[in-house]
Design a protein around this ligand. Structure first.
Ligand code: HEM
Length: 485
């Protein structure tokens, strides 16, 4: 059956390019649109030649925004060494992320990536999916959903998923059970401090006067005072775990724990600050990304029953297979997750900074120090890339029927530069495969037994909030219904 138009996200209004004036550039338009900056930039990219736009702002600052795959390839791959994190980004995130993988370039990045990549080999992934994810599903998630189904309670599924992935990533990063997904939905000091750091760091980027936070920090007032406190809560927490881990490792002859922290300590990195920063980076990378993806996914499924029934069919077909094989083979589910993240990417915009002057493939001139951002949110909405039905939630875009007589679905991936939801090139997301395994396992574990019914008011579209990782504004209210066995 053909998907119905009702499932579509709201159409973007076609607008012209913003006015630009001498000295202040398009500063006024940027201020007027600052509460909807992502949508504003995406609208502009839709009407820009080569899907690329140079935003002129106050006193001659210029930023390039692009939704053009050839330019994405240029900055993420062909000219990779010329487009790094840069001073602006690293300076803004340093209090939170220090010199860890998400916040450095060059040799230090290479080294951390190399070491961390062991955490993502097949053996570790299998262990992760079979032990960490499945325990969290059966011991924590399912019981909460059963109670909600029995009592008819409305749950905020976004909150549930954030708690779920927080517990998961704490296990991977530290080998520590954060116990954040409990029936009482506890507020833990560590998780709350983490949330505060993410929020304040995001706000630093969004401020109209970019250096304002530095002044507040200097004076130790307002949000910057809260930031300082939250950072120290996180660091203290991490340091305690690190000390315990160090002691444990000293008493052991070999490395049997698989968490990232043990791996770093085992390889001789005993500098607590450095190790703390790395662990925090992983928490950020792994925490809100999969929960964001799954929140929007379940919302789209609730609006598209024909997709949900295809997914359910696949879950039932695969349910006899061992856990790891099951999730690896969920082709339709995989496609539907890709499709959902096309419309609602967990990382909606990502900026690089030019090390040297350069010219982009479309002729746009880039000066040293200029920021060039690719915008997955805008790219997923381009007719030139996805066709005139781009607004429809259609997993079939990613699938082909096999020629063989059983006519199974086969997944057809898109070029990573057209769909840079996980970034692309040498710095492509290290957790991509892990994220898919986790998401598919959650989808299978939940949908097999329950129907997740949106309790969002009829006709209301949830609002996409782009922070460091995107969120559904106000959460995702749902009712849980137990399926007939
Ligand atoms: C749906 C889920 C996810 C999405 C959409 C996603 C997306 C991304 C993106 C866009 C980046 C590039 C950020 C940048 O450098 O500017 C990234 C990097 C990274 N991600 Fe993910 N991610 C996801 C899940 C995960 C998970 C579960 C983990 C780990 C447990 C993870 C670990 C990392 C790491 C370590 C990096 C840094 C890679 C590097 O700089 O070399 N990600 N991810």
């Amino acid at each position: 059956s053909t998907p119905k138009k009702q499932s579509s996200p709201p159409p973007t209004t076609a607008i012209g390019l913003p006015r630009s004036y001498p000295i202040i550039g398009s500063f006024l338009a940027a201020v007027a649109n600052r509460k909807r900056q992502l949508q504003w930039i995406s609208d502009i990219l839709q009407v820009s030649p080569s899907a690329t736009y140079v935003l002129h702002s106050i006193i001659g600052t210029r930023h390039v925004f692009t939704a053009n795959p050839a330019i994405v390839r240029h900055i993420l791959k062909t000219q990779f060494p010329n487009y790094g994190k840069g001073d602006y980004l690293t300076g803004t995130l340093k209090d939170f992320l220090g010199h860890s993988i998400l916040n450095v370039d060059g040799e230090s990045w290479k080294f951390q990536r190399q070491l961390a990549s062991h955490e993502f080999n097949t053996k570790s992934l299998r262990k992760f999916i079979e032990i960490v994810v499945d325990t969290e599903i059966s011991d924590r998630l399912i019981p909460i959903l059963s109670v909600a189904a029995a009592t008819g309670t409305v749950l905020d599924f976004q909150d549930i998923l954030q708690r779920f992935s927080f517990d998961n990533i704490c296990q991977i990063a530290f080998g520590f059970d954060a116990a954040y997904l409990l029936p009482s939905l506890p507020q833990t000091k560590f998780a709350q401090a983490f949330e505060e750091c993410v929020k304040i760091s995001s706000d630093r980027f969004d401020a109209i006067i970019p250096a304002m936070w530095k002044i507040k920090k200097l004076l130790n007032i307002g949000s910057e005072k809260r930031m300082r406190i939250a950072v120290s809560v996180i660091k203290e927490f991490a340091e305690n775990i690190i000390r315990k881990k160090k002691k444990e490792l000293k008493e052991k002859a070999s490395l049997d724990s698989v968490d990232l922290l043990s791996r770093f300590l085992w390889s001789g990195h005993s500098d607590e600050n450095f190790v703390t920063d790395i662990v925090i980076s992983f928490l950020l990378a792994g925490r809100d990304t999969t929960s964001s993806a799954l929140t929007w996914y379940l919302w789209l499924l609730s609006k598209n029953p024909h997709v949900e029934s295809e997914v359910l069919k696949e879950i039932k077909e695969k349910s006899k297979a061992p856990v790891y094989e099951e999730v690896k083979d969920m082709v339709y589910t995989h496609a539907s997750l890709c499709e959902s993240m096309r419309l609602y990417p967990p990382v909606s915009e990502d900026a690089k900074e030019a090390v040297n002057d350069d010219v982009l493939p479309d002729g746009t001139v880039v000066k040293k120090g200029m920021r060039v951002a690719y915008v997955p949110y805008a790219m997923g909405r381009l007719e030139t890339l996805w066709g005139s039905d781009w607004a429809e939630f259609k997993p079939e875009r990613w699938l082909e029927k096999e020629e063989a007589e059983n006519r199974q679905w086969r997944f057809v991936g898109r070029d990573a530069y057209t769909y840079p939801v996980f970034q692309a090139g040498p710095r492509i997301c290290l957790g991509k495969e892990m994220a898919f395994l986790q998401m598919k396992r959650v989808v299978a574990g939940v949908l097999r037994r329950f129907k997740v019914v949106s309790a969002v008011e009829e006709g209301v579209e949830p609002v996409f909030v782009p922070q460091l990782t995107s969120k559904m504004k106000g959460g995702f209210p749902v009712r849980i219904v137990e399926r007939d066995a």
